[in-house]
Design a protein around this ligand. Sequence first.
Ligand code: GAF
Length: 393
Amino acid sequence: MTDLIKKIKSRFKERFNEEPVLIQSPGRVNLIGEHTDYNDGFVLPAAIQKVILLGIAKNGIGKIRAYSEDMDEAVELDLNNLQKSDKHWANYIKGAVSEVMKAGHKPKGFDVVFGGDIPIGAGLSSSAALEGAVLVGLEKLFSLGLDRKRMAKIGQLTEHNHVGVNCGIMDQFINLHGEANKVLKLDCRSLEYELYPFIRDDIKIVLCDSKVSHNLADSEYNVRRSQCEEGVEVMKNYKPEIKNLRDVDLELLNAHKDEMEEVVYRRCKYVLEENERVHAACRDLENNDFEAFGKRMFASHDGLSNDYEVSCEELDVLVDIAKNQPGLLGARMMGGGFGGCTINLVEEQHVEAFTDAIKEQYKARTGKDTEIYITQINGGTQVLQGDEADIKK
Ligand code: GAF
């Protein structure tokens, strides 16, 4: 981390001749509760130690000048005429600023340099990390009066209006509200949340990166969302007060199963079951019952693969290999799907053998290499001050 801080500071000095404010912004994992957030359901994510570090300072020239350390690319945007950038990453910055302005705030020109170690396209939410870092940075520089919930909503609007993914609020919310050693159960309707300690030193969170990212991901994501809405439309005919799947139970869904396409039924059924799994998994955490927790992760994966159909061969293979390893408590695909990582709970003494087995067997079965990340749960986005910069990781 100290190296990253030095790198961002010296790049900032070199490009803009300034001392920036430094923001540390994490990636995320989700223990359970997938594709439930945009149905006003429940999720159980945590912020992790993989981070983006962003340096930011006012520039007084009415422009956004941004430089990505990892891409080695720079952009310059006019604050009074924010155009879509041909650099994909710049649209997260441009989008966040546009949404802040749309909400009536008036940020001024600023410079940004950022880089980090959240793998891109691995489903660890590097995009929400960039949005969170920019928003916390803008608040720090211009005192706009944005609280963290508001920032999470603005991050989500950035995805909807400037990236084209109709995502839920999980990624942006956990990025801004995560706490070290705790998972966060979020009610995606009320945005109320509870934190659950996750401090078993003998159990590690191991991420296996499939290293694939199928380009179906964004389009199919939006299709899933519409299918859930289609199911809701049917049930609204019987209970007009229903707003979305949050207001539906299995009994009602099953009663009207024949009035919707079979695929729509399966999508809705998965979401209702997954919400129940989140509640049950939190009870498992309270009881320190990681075996039960792990079983729910497998059930979640089955639902995502068979009913929600957002897995892919590589993710299924990773879960299948994991299932047979000693010390494995639970495994599932994580995030939007169609690639990215699986999340695995592994007993510490077995982590090394687990890692070796996954690497070897994944290669043998898919011809591909995997990368394994052993993560720890960290705090949400924060401004680093002075020496703090060195002790936060
Ligand atoms: C992606 C989205 F951005 C989240 O909002 C969430 O829907 C997730 O996929 C699936 O649970 O990360």
